[in-house]
Ligand binder design. Structure first.
Ligand SMILES: NC(=O)c1ccc[n+]([C@@H]2O[C@H](COP(=O)([O-])OP(=O)(O)OC[C@H]3O[C@@H](n4cnc5c(N)ncnc54)[C@H](O)[C@@H]3O)[C@@H](O)[C@H]2O)c1
Ligand SMILES: [Fe+2]
Length: 404
């Protein structure tokens, strides 16, 4: 491995893997079904939580999505505050701002309401509330949050990140133009609310790209080198639900059943990678997000087939099993061909959704830095079926250069 020192990394990987194997990550309580968002006020009251800070973004507020929650909190006589300044790929500054509002307004819990950006902002702001001496950058990596966070409820409005049931959050350091993952069992929300009606108005490209993020979680967890029975079960359920429902959500956005199934697919994808980690797709996608602000789902959707092409041979049996879950006819083909069929089907879905094969912002001169960062991220944090040196990663990234 050229480009950075691997001394010590292998030992570090083994420790992280051993710890992940023995942790009981648990799951959040769940409320699901159309209108379930209206039950949050009672849930909070029954458990003695007070004054939530609703952490969200302007797009969500403008779409009128928090109205139901606010009316039900009013009806329950519960005081609350709204912070609506979350940005996609949330920055350290925005998260600190949310935490400051929480402290100033004397809030008692947080409701991350929106896509992964809003839920992650709520999760890390909650960690900062109870860990005032640990900076956000010091929280990056694994197991760096010492004290239990302030209570967090997660209400997804996209079906992709699974942040409502993961022990992860992803933050952006705008100064370094880089994204960093925070992984800690303390980040698991207390309650996840899967209300399909909240996702009816998602723009088509966000429905599809966030759906491909959920698929990436499930696939990367399933081909990880530290799978467990639990992570396998979650990953396969997610893959099946995504191939059965994502196209319907795209064609018929207010189809309650398909939308609810996608919410569960996202939840299961999150539960899978919480236990088995993600891999090289996320390592590359995070760097496209940090460097160029490429939306997370879109970055994953573009990168997924390229990385699977590169690592297919080292995990063909596992990919063949997922091909079956994807509903692909496998008759008369061997394992290698079945794995290939899955990658072909992912490419076909991308094409149907208008998702390109390249990243339009990618510049040749940035590739060495992006490759070094992605290679390092995978090495330090993930358990993919194959690791790539920065030089090998450069070769993969070049395939994503836009045509001149
Ligand atoms: N914590 C985790 O486990 C985890 C996992 C994967 C990704 N992530 C992170 O999550 C972030 C991405 O989250 P995301 O893909 O859900 O997108 P997002 O939260 O960034 O939202 C994208 C856009 O969609 C809009 N939007 C969301 N829901 C809507 C709705 N129902 N109707 C209309 N507009 C809506 C938002 O206003 C926003 O403009 C990234 O920072 C990524 O790194 C976290
Ligand atoms: Fe993701």
């Amino acid at each position: 491995m050229k480009g950075f020192k691997v001394t010590g990394i292998k030992a570090y990987q083994q420790i992280v893997r051993a710890v992940i194997k023995i942790i009981n990550f648990g799951e959040p309580e769940t409320l699901s079904g159309a209108g379930s968002v209206l039950k949050i006020a009672d849930w909070l009251k029954e458990r003695g939580y007070r004054k939530p800070l609703i952490v969200t973004d302007r797009g969500i507020v403008q779409a009128g999505l928090i109205k139901g929650l606010c009316s039900s909190l009013d009806a329950a006589g519960m005081d609350y505050e709204v912070f609506d300044e979350v940005v996609p790929n949330p920055t350290i500054e925005v998260i600190e701002e949310a935490r400051n509002i929480y402290m100033e307004k004397d809030c008692g819990c947080l409701i991350g309401f929106g896509g992964g950006s809003s839920m992650d902002t709520a999760k890390i702001a909650a960690a900062r509330v109870t860990n005032p001496r640990t900076t956000i950058m010091q929280m990056t990596g694994y197991f760096k949050i010492r004290r239990k966070t302030a209570p967090v409820i997660a209400v997804p409005t996209t079906s992709g990140t699974g942040s409502e049931c993961t022990v992860a959050a992803v933050i952006t350091n705008s100064e370094k133009r880089a994204k960093y993952s925070v992984g800690s069992a303390k980040l698991m929300p207390l309650l996840a609310v899967m209300d399909p009606e909240l996702s009816y108005g998602l723009p088509a490209h966000i429905t599809t790209t966030t759906g491909m993020d959920a698929l990436t979680h499930a696939v990367e967890a399933y081909i990880s080198t530290i799978p467990s029975k639990e992570s396998d079960r979650y990953a396969r359920k997610a893959v099946k639900l995504i191939f059965e429902n994502l196209e319907t959500c795209h064609a018929d956005p207010t189809n309650t059943e398909a939308r609810e199934n996608m919410m569960w697919a996202s939840f299961y994808g999150g539960a899978a990678f919480t236990r088995a980690m993600v891999g090289n797709v996320h390592a590359v996608a995070h760097n496209f997000g940090g460097m160029y602000h490429v939306p997370h789902g879109l970055a994953n959707a573009v990168v997924l087939p390229h990385i699977l092409d590169a690592c297919r041979e080292s995990c063909d049996k596992r990919l063949a099993a997922l091909a079956e879950d994807a509903g692909i006819s496998l008759e008369g083909s061997n394992t290698r061909e079945q794995a290939e069929k899955l990658v072909g089907k992912i490419r076909e879905l991308n094409r149907k959704f208008g998702i390109p094969e390249t990243i339009k912002e990618l510049k040749k001169e940035d590739i060495p830095l992006l490759a070094e960062r992605a290679s390092r991220e995978a090495f330090y944090l993930y358990a993919p079926p194959a690791y790539y040196s920065p030089a090998e990663m450069e070769g993969i990234l070049k395939k994503m250069l836009p045509e001149e």
